[in-house]
Design a protein. Structure first.
Ligand code: COA
Ligand code: AMP
Length: 632
C-alpha cells in the first residue's frame, strides 16, 4: 500500500484546527468547544476551550452503551502471581464507578489530587479511571522510586488521598510498598487525609489507625457514581518526570486534547482497530503506561494487556511470546532494552519458535534510541515490521514515527522515520538558525504543540516557560539532538541535557549528583551515563573526597551506592563509583562531563581547549580503567 502520510501531513499543515476538529469527532462531548485552539496567551496554547467531556465516559461508559459491554477491556497477565484475569468493559466500568464512589465519600472532588503508588495490578487502572470519572487529578508514581522521591511528589501535588498497595512483586522477591509509603508521608510536609491500601496476599501491611483503609473494606459498601462533566482544559493527570535537577517536573495532561490525540494515534500511528488486542509492555508509572496501557486502547475500544512480569526471568525469555500468542495481541509496544535482555538470554531466538505468533502485526519500540542491531534482530526473529518511534513524557504521544495506519514507509534502522501529523519538527543550531539536512542540531517543535502535549507544568508556568519555551522563541525545546536526512527521516541521537535513559527509565544525573554531594565525605562529584549492553545506559559516579577524610574508600562508595538507592530508588541502577583526586573542569569551572562520558564509552574525544589542567584528564582515564571502562 502506498503511504497516505504525505497527504495527511499536508492536510494538517494547511488547516491544523480543521484537522483536529475532525479528529475530535471520535470523542463524546457533552458540550462542543468554543474554540479549537486558544492562542491568546503566547506559549500556553489550549485545545478545545469551552468543550465539556469526561475521559472516563469516553474510555468505558461509551463503549458499554455502544455494544462493547461484554468485550474484554483488560487482560491482567501476571506470571509473578500466576494469575490471569479478563475484565470486560462492563465489569471495569462498574468497578471504576464504585471506586469513584469511595473517593467521593472521602471528600475527593473535581480538581483534587490523588496520588497512586501501585504495582501493575488492575486496581491501579481502576483508581486512575475513577479519578477521571469524578474530575479528580491523578498522579501515578512509579513503584521503583524510593520514599524521598515519593515525598517530593506528595509535597508538590498535595493529594487528599493516596492509593497504594501492600507490596509489589519483582521476578524473585516481594517488595513491601507500605514502609516506603509511610516513610514518604513522614518526610513530606503535605499530609494526605487518607490512604487506601490494597492488601495483596503475598504480603499484608499493617494499617495506620484513622488514616489508612483497606481497599476491600471501602469498596464493600460503596455506591457507584456517575461521570462528572469537566472542561476540556481541566487537568486529567500530573505525571512527574526527571528534569535537570533532583526536583521532578509535574507534567500536566488535560482532558480534551489528550482524548482526541490518543484516539487519533491508535488507528493512524499504530494501525489498530477497535476490538483488537493491543499490548504495551511498560509500567503504569511511566507515560507509555498512562497513554498506551490505559487511555488510548480504551478510548479506541481495544482490549489492553496489563502485564506484571519482565521480558526475561518470568519465567524465561519466551515470556513476551507466550503473552502475545495466548492473548492474541496484534501489536506489541515496548522499550529496546527489553529486547536486548531477551537477546542476551536467547541469542538465537529459539523461544520465538515455541509459540504461534501469527496474530502479531507490528512491534513498536520507544523510550530510548533503538540501536540498529537490536532492531534487525527483532525483525529477523519476529518477521513483522519493527517500528522505532520517538516521544517524551511531555508530549504524551509520538512525535516521530512510521505511521503504520497511514501506510508504512521503508524502515531505516536507527531512525524514527518522520514527524507525526500535528508536529512541525525543526533542527536548529545553538543560535536558533535552521540547519540543512544531514547536520546535527537541537530538535525543536514549532508552537503550538498539538493536542495531548503538556499545556504547562503543575503550579509552575514559569518553570514550563524556562524549561521548554525560552531557549528558542516560538519553539518547544525537546532537549534532544539529531538531524533530518535527505529523505526527510528524523534521527534522534542523544539528549542535550543531563537526562539519561536507564533500561527505558528516564533519570537525571544531576539528581544523582545532588544525592552524592549530600554525603558528608564528598567535596564534589560527577555522574555520567555510560553505554551498557542491556540497559542502554547506566550511571557511574566520580567523587572527590573532602580534605582530611581518611575512611576506607570502598566503604564510602558502598554508602554512596546505598544512598542513591535509598533516596532515588533501585530503578536508578547506580552501582559503580570511584574516588578521584580532582575532576576535569574548564577554566570557567564547568566539569567536562561529556568528555568523561566519551572516555568511558571508548569513543573519540578531544581535550577541550578551555580545560584548566589537562593532567586531570589522564587521572580520570586511570580511574575509569580501574572501573573497567572503556569496556572491550
Ligand atoms: N518496584 C520496586 N522495585 C523495582 C520496580 C518496581 N516497580 N521496578 C524495578 N525495580 C527494581 C528492580 O528490582 C531492580 O532492583 P535490583 O537493583 O535490586 O536488581 C532495579 O529496580 C532496576 O530495575 P530494572 O531497571 O527493571 O532492571 P532489571 O535488571 O530488573 O531488568 C530489564 C532489566 C531490561 C529486563 C527491565 O528493565 C525491563 O523490562 N525494562 C523495560 C523498560 C520499560 O518498560 N520501560 C518503559 C518505557 S517503554
Ligand atoms: P521519557 O520522557 O521517559 O519518555 O523519555 C523521553 C526521552 O527518551 C526523549 O527525549 C529521548 O531522549 C528518548 N527517546 C525516547 N524514544 C526515543 C527514540 N525512539 N529514539 C531516540 N530517543 C528516544
Amino acid at each position: 500500500m502506498s503511504s497516505r502520510y504525505g497527504e495527511v501531513y499536508g492536510r494538517w499543515c494547511s488547516d491544523p484546527e480543521g484537522f483536529w476538529a475532525e479528529a475530535a469527532q471520535a470523542i463524546h462531548w457533552y458540550r462542543q468547544w468554543d474554540e479549537v485552539l486558544d492562542s491568546s496567551r503566547p506559549g500556553f496554547h489550549r485545545w478545545f476551550r469551552g468543550g465539556v467531556l469526561n475521559t472516563c465516559y469516553n474510555t468505558l461508559d461509551r463503549h458499554v452503551l455502544g455494544g462493547r459491554a461484554d468485550q474484554i477491556a483488560v487482560i491482567y497477565d501476571s506470571p509473578v502471581t500466576r494469575v490471569r484475569k479478563q475484565i470486560t468493559y462492563r465489569e471495569l466500568r462498574d468497578e471504576v464507578a464504585r471506586f469513584a464512589g469511595v473517593l467521593v465519600r472521602y471528600g475527593v472532588g473535581r480538581g483534587d489530587r490523588v496520588i497512586i503508588y501501585m504495582p501493575m495490578v488492575p486496581e491501579t487502572i481502576v483508581a486512575m479511571l475513577a479519578c477521571a470519572r469524578i474530575g479528580a487529578i491523578h498522579s501515578v508514581v512509579y513503584g521503583g522510586f524510593a520514599s524521598n522521591e515519593l515525598a517530593t511528589r506528595i509535597n508538590d501535588a498535595q493529594p487528599k488521598i493516596i492509593v497504594s498497595a501492600s507490596c509489589g512483586l519483582e521476578a524473585s522477591r516481594v517488595i513491601p510498598y507500605k514502609p516506603l509509603l509511610d516513610g514518604a508521608i513522614d518526610l513530606a510536609t503535605a499530609k494526605p487525609e487518607h490512604c487506601i491500601i490494597l492488601q495483596r496476599p503475598e504480603l499484608e501491611a499493617p494499617l495506620v489507625n484513622g488514616r489508612d483503609m483497606g481497599w476491600a473494606a471501602v469498596m464493600a459498601g460503596s455506591q457507584p457514581v456517575d461521570c462528572v462533566p469537566v472542561e476540556a482544559t481541566d487537568p486529567l493527570y500530573i505525571l512527574y518526570t526527571s528534569g535537570t535537577t533532583g526536583v521532578p517536573k509535574g507534567v500536566v495532561r488535560d482532558n480534551g486534547g489528550h482524548a482526541v490525540a490518543l484516539a487519533w494515534s491508535m488507528k493512524n500511528i499504530y494501525g489498530v482497530d477497535p476490538g483488537e488486542v493491543y499490548w504495551a509492555a511498560s509500567d503504569l508509572g511511566w507515560a507509555v503506561g498512562h497513554s498506551y496501557i490505559v487511555y488510548a486502547p480504551l478510548l479506541h475500544g481495544c482490549t489492553t494487556i496489563l502485564y506484571e512480569g519482565k521480558p526475561v526471568g518470568t519465567p524465561d525469555p519466551g515470556a513476551f511470546w507466550r503473552v502475545i500468542s495466548q492473548n492474541q495481541a496484534r501489536v506489541l509496544f515496548t522499550a529496546p532494552t527489553a529486547f536486548r535482555a531477551i537477546k542476551r538470554d536467547d541469542p538465537a531466538g529459539d523461544y520465538v519458535g515455541k509459540y504461534d505468533l501469527s496474530c502479531l502485526r507490528t512491534l513498536f519500540l520507544a523510550g530510548e534510541r533503538c540501536d540498529p542491531d537490536t532492531l534487525v534482530w527483532a525483525q529477523e526473529r519476529l518477521r513483522v515490521p519493527v517500528i522505532d518511534h520517538w516521544w517524551q513524557t511531555e508530549t504524551g504521544w509520538p512525535v516521530g514515527a512510521n505511521c503504520v495506519g497511514l501506510g508504512q514507509f521503508p524502515v531505516k534502522p536507527g531512525s524514527c522515520t518522520k514527524p507525526v501529523p500535528g508536529y512541525d519538527v525543526r533542527i536548529l543550531d545553538d543560535h536558533g538558525r535552521e540547519l540543512p539536512a544531514g547536520q546535527i542540531g537541537n530538535i525543536v517543535i514549532r508552537l503550538p504543540l498539538p493536542p495531548g502535549c503538556l499545556p504547562t507544568l503543575w503550579n509552575n508556568d514559569a518553570g514550563f516557560q524556562a524549561s521548554y519555551l525560552s531557549a528558542y522563541p516560538g519553539y518547544y525545546q525537546t532537549s534532544d539532538a539529531g538531524y533530518r536526512d535527505e529523505d526527510g527521516y528524523l534521527w534522534v541521537m542523544s539528549r542535550t541535557d543531563d537526562i539519561i535513559n536507564v533500561a527505558g527509565h528516564r533519570l537525571s544525573t544531576g539528581g544523582m549528583e545532588e544525592v552524592l554531594a549530600s554525603h558528608p565525605c564528598v567535596a564534589e562529584c560527577a555522574v555520567v551515563g555510560v553505554a551498557d549492553e542491556i540497559k542502554g545506559e547506566i550511571p557511574i559516579g566520580l567523587v572527590v573526597l573532602r580534605a582530611g577524610v581518611d575512611r576506607a574508600q570502598e566503604v564510602i562508595i558502598s554508602e554512596l551506592v546505598g544512598l542513591v538507592r535509598e533516596r532515588i530508588g533501585p530503578v536508578a541502577s547506580f552501582k559503580i563509583a570511584a574516588v578521584v583526586k580532582r575532576l576535569p573542569k574548564t577554566r570557567s569551572g564547568k566539569i567536562v562531563r561529556g568528555t568523561i562520558k566519551r572516555m568511558a564509552d571508548g569513543a573519540e574525544y578531544r581535550i577541550p581547549a578551555t580545560i584548566d589542567d589537562p593532567l586531570t584528564i589522564e587521572e580520570i582515564g586511570e580511574a575509569l580503567a580501574g572501573l573497567g571502562y572503556p569496556r572491550r
